[in-house]
Design a protein around this ligand. Structure first.
Ligand code: IMP
Ligand code: MG
Length: 187
Protein backbone atom coordinates (compact mmCIF):
# COMPACT_ATOMS: atom_id res chain seq x y z
CA UNK A 1 0.00 0.00 0.00
CA UNK A 2 1.23 3.51 -0.79
CA UNK A 3 1.65 5.69 2.31
CA UNK A 4 -0.07 9.07 2.36
CA UNK A 5 2.27 12.05 2.01
CA UNK A 6 3.81 13.12 5.32
CA UNK A 7 2.22 16.55 5.48
CA UNK A 8 -1.19 14.94 5.27
CA UNK A 9 -0.67 12.99 8.47
CA UNK A 10 1.87 14.97 10.47
CA UNK A 11 0.46 18.01 12.27
CA UNK A 12 3.42 20.13 11.06
CA UNK A 13 3.00 22.99 9.87
CA UNK A 14 -0.35 23.01 11.63
CA UNK A 15 -1.47 23.33 15.20
CA UNK A 16 -3.92 20.50 15.73
CA UNK A 17 -7.14 21.65 17.38
CA UNK A 18 -9.32 18.56 16.95
CA UNK A 19 -7.81 15.15 16.22
CA UNK A 20 -9.18 12.71 13.65
CA UNK A 21 -10.15 10.36 16.50
CA UNK A 22 -12.05 13.10 18.35
CA UNK A 23 -13.89 14.05 15.14
CA UNK A 24 -14.83 10.41 14.50
CA UNK A 25 -16.11 9.98 18.06
CA UNK A 26 -18.27 13.10 17.94
CA UNK A 27 -19.69 12.20 14.52
CA UNK A 28 -20.78 8.79 15.81
CA UNK A 29 -22.66 10.60 18.62
CA UNK A 30 -24.29 13.06 16.20
CA UNK A 31 -25.34 10.22 13.89
CA UNK A 32 -26.91 8.32 16.78
CA UNK A 33 -28.77 11.44 17.88
CA UNK A 34 -30.08 12.14 14.36
CA UNK A 35 -31.11 8.50 14.00
CA UNK A 36 -33.08 8.62 17.26
CA UNK A 37 -34.74 11.96 16.41
CA UNK A 38 -35.71 11.07 12.84
CA UNK A 39 -36.68 7.41 13.25
CA UNK A 40 -40.32 8.36 14.01
CA UNK A 41 -40.45 10.75 11.02
CA UNK A 42 -39.27 8.51 8.19
CA UNK A 43 -42.76 7.00 7.77
CA UNK A 44 -44.36 10.38 7.05
CA UNK A 45 -41.85 11.91 4.60
CA UNK A 46 -38.39 11.48 3.10
CA UNK A 47 -35.41 12.73 5.06
CA UNK A 48 -33.12 14.80 2.81
CA UNK A 49 -29.58 15.50 3.98
CA UNK A 50 -28.24 18.59 2.16
CA UNK A 51 -24.48 19.09 2.11
CA UNK A 52 -23.26 22.65 1.55
CA UNK A 53 -20.41 22.51 -0.96
CA UNK A 54 -17.54 22.17 -0.65
CA UNK A 55 -16.61 22.36 3.01
CA UNK A 56 -19.15 19.88 4.36
CA UNK A 57 -18.33 17.01 1.99
CA UNK A 58 -15.98 15.05 4.22
CA UNK A 59 -18.11 15.61 7.33
CA UNK A 60 -21.25 14.53 5.45
CA UNK A 61 -19.57 11.42 4.08
CA UNK A 62 -18.66 10.26 7.58
CA UNK A 63 -21.89 11.42 9.24
CA UNK A 64 -24.35 9.71 6.90
CA UNK A 65 -22.72 6.37 7.64
CA UNK A 66 -23.83 6.83 11.25
CA UNK A 67 -27.44 7.62 10.32
CA UNK A 68 -29.23 4.28 10.41
CA UNK A 69 -32.30 5.36 8.45
CA UNK A 70 -33.34 5.69 4.80
CA UNK A 71 -32.15 9.13 3.67
CA UNK A 72 -31.59 11.01 0.44
CA UNK A 73 -28.34 12.96 -0.06
CA UNK A 74 -28.34 16.27 -1.92
CA UNK A 75 -25.79 19.04 -2.35
CA UNK A 76 -26.09 22.79 -2.73
CA UNK A 77 -23.32 25.16 -3.81
CA UNK A 78 -23.09 28.54 -2.13
CA UNK A 79 -20.62 31.32 -2.64
CA UNK A 80 -20.33 34.21 -0.27
CA UNK A 81 -18.54 37.30 -1.41
CA UNK A 82 -15.90 38.80 0.79
CA UNK A 83 -12.17 38.45 1.34
CA UNK A 84 -10.45 35.14 2.02
CA UNK A 85 -11.35 34.90 5.69
CA UNK A 86 -14.45 37.04 6.12
CA UNK A 87 -17.87 36.67 4.50
CA UNK A 88 -19.67 39.84 3.48
CA UNK A 89 -23.18 38.57 3.90
CA UNK A 90 -23.77 38.73 0.14
CA UNK A 91 -24.50 35.13 -0.77
CA UNK A 92 -25.39 33.39 -4.01
CA UNK A 93 -26.44 29.83 -4.95
CA UNK A 94 -23.89 28.54 -7.45
CA UNK A 95 -25.31 25.02 -7.73
CA UNK A 96 -28.88 24.17 -6.81
CA UNK A 97 -30.51 21.03 -5.45
CA UNK A 98 -31.40 18.42 -8.04
CA UNK A 99 -34.95 17.88 -6.70
CA UNK A 100 -37.71 19.76 -4.86
CA UNK A 101 -37.75 19.48 -1.06
CA UNK A 102 -41.41 20.38 -0.59
CA UNK A 103 -42.95 18.25 2.17
CA UNK A 104 -39.61 16.64 3.09
CA UNK A 105 -37.63 16.64 6.31
CA UNK A 106 -34.44 18.57 5.56
CA UNK A 107 -31.16 18.40 7.49
CA UNK A 108 -28.65 21.02 6.31
CA UNK A 109 -25.02 19.96 6.82
CA UNK A 110 -22.49 22.78 7.19
CA UNK A 111 -18.78 22.73 7.92
CA UNK A 112 -18.79 25.83 10.10
CA UNK A 113 -21.05 28.63 11.25
CA UNK A 114 -18.84 31.69 11.50
CA UNK A 115 -20.61 35.07 11.13
CA UNK A 116 -23.77 33.10 10.32
CA UNK A 117 -24.54 35.05 7.14
CA UNK A 118 -24.17 32.11 4.77
CA UNK A 119 -26.40 29.73 6.67
CA UNK A 120 -28.94 32.47 7.42
CA UNK A 121 -29.34 33.13 3.71
CA UNK A 122 -29.48 29.43 2.92
CA UNK A 123 -32.14 28.63 5.53
CA UNK A 124 -34.31 31.52 4.32
CA UNK A 125 -33.96 30.31 0.74
CA UNK A 126 -34.82 26.70 1.65
CA UNK A 127 -37.86 27.81 3.68
CA UNK A 128 -39.46 29.26 0.52
CA UNK A 129 -39.48 25.71 -0.89
CA UNK A 130 -41.83 24.57 1.90
CA UNK A 131 -40.06 21.55 3.42
CA UNK A 132 -41.94 19.68 6.19
CA UNK A 133 -39.14 20.60 8.61
CA UNK A 134 -35.60 21.96 8.55
CA UNK A 135 -32.77 21.38 11.01
CA UNK A 136 -29.17 22.54 10.92
CA UNK A 137 -26.16 20.35 11.62
CA UNK A 138 -22.73 22.01 11.71
CA UNK A 139 -19.39 20.45 12.50
CA UNK A 140 -18.01 23.69 13.95
CA UNK A 141 -19.26 26.93 15.47
CA UNK A 142 -17.28 30.09 16.19
CA UNK A 143 -19.63 31.98 18.54
CA UNK A 144 -17.22 34.92 19.00
CA UNK A 145 -17.76 35.88 15.36
CA UNK A 146 -21.55 35.63 15.29
CA UNK A 147 -23.33 38.47 13.50
CA UNK A 148 -26.57 36.52 13.08
CA UNK A 149 -28.42 34.49 15.68
CA UNK A 150 -28.33 30.94 14.29
CA UNK A 151 -29.77 27.94 16.09
CA UNK A 152 -27.62 24.86 15.45
CA UNK A 153 -29.65 21.71 16.15
CA UNK A 154 -26.69 19.33 15.89
CA UNK A 155 -23.25 20.76 16.64
CA UNK A 156 -19.90 18.98 16.54
CA UNK A 157 -17.57 21.40 18.32
CA UNK A 158 -17.43 25.02 19.48
CA UNK A 159 -14.08 26.59 18.64
CA UNK A 160 -12.23 29.82 19.41
CA UNK A 161 -11.80 32.63 16.91
CA UNK A 162 -9.11 31.03 14.72
CA UNK A 163 -9.23 30.38 10.99
CA UNK A 164 -9.20 26.59 10.79
CA UNK A 165 -8.43 24.14 8.00
CA UNK A 166 -8.73 20.42 7.41
CA UNK A 167 -11.47 17.81 7.36
CA UNK A 168 -13.15 19.63 4.47
CA UNK A 169 -12.30 23.21 5.47
CA UNK A 170 -9.93 25.17 3.31
CA UNK A 171 -7.86 28.27 3.04
CA UNK A 172 -7.66 29.32 -0.63
CA UNK A 173 -8.89 25.80 -1.57
CA UNK A 174 -5.95 24.08 0.19
CA UNK A 175 -5.81 21.57 3.06
CA UNK A 176 -9.36 20.19 2.76
CA UNK A 177 -7.84 16.69 2.82
CA UNK A 178 -6.16 16.96 6.21
CA UNK A 179 -7.67 14.26 8.44
CA UNK A 180 -7.72 16.56 11.49
CA UNK A 181 -8.79 20.18 12.13
CA UNK A 182 -6.11 22.71 12.89
CA UNK A 183 -4.78 26.11 12.02
CA UNK A 184 -1.66 27.17 10.22
CA UNK A 185 1.16 27.87 12.70
CA UNK A 186 1.68 31.57 13.31
CA UNK A 187 -1.75 32.54 11.94
P1 IMP B 1 -20.18 32.73 7.55
O1 IMP B 1 -21.11 33.21 6.48
O2 IMP B 1 -19.29 33.83 8.08
O3 IMP B 1 -20.88 31.99 8.69
O4 IMP B 1 -19.13 31.77 6.90
C1 IMP B 1 -19.47 30.58 6.43
C2 IMP B 1 -18.46 30.00 5.49
O5 IMP B 1 -17.16 30.63 5.51
C3 IMP B 1 -18.24 28.57 5.93
O6 IMP B 1 -19.21 27.72 5.39
C4 IMP B 1 -16.84 28.32 5.42
O7 IMP B 1 -16.91 27.92 4.08
C5 IMP B 1 -16.14 29.66 5.51
N1 IMP B 1 -15.37 29.75 6.79
C6 IMP B 1 -15.68 30.46 7.88
N2 IMP B 1 -14.75 30.31 8.85
C7 IMP B 1 -13.83 29.45 8.35
C8 IMP B 1 -12.62 28.86 8.87
O8 IMP B 1 -12.17 29.09 10.01
N3 IMP B 1 -11.95 28.02 8.03
C9 IMP B 1 -12.38 27.74 6.78
N4 IMP B 1 -13.51 28.23 6.26
C10 IMP B 1 -14.22 29.08 7.03
MG1 MG C 1 -19.07 26.45 3.85
Amino acid sequence: MVSPPGWNRSTDPFVELISAAAIAGRIAELGAQITADYAPLTQSADVVVIGVLKGSVIFLADLVRHIALPIVVEFIGISSYGDATRSSGVVQITQDLSRPIEGKHVIVIEDIVDTGHTVHYLLENLATRRPASTKLCSLLHKPERAERQIHIDYLGFTIANKFVVGYGLDIAQQYRNLPFIGYVKGS
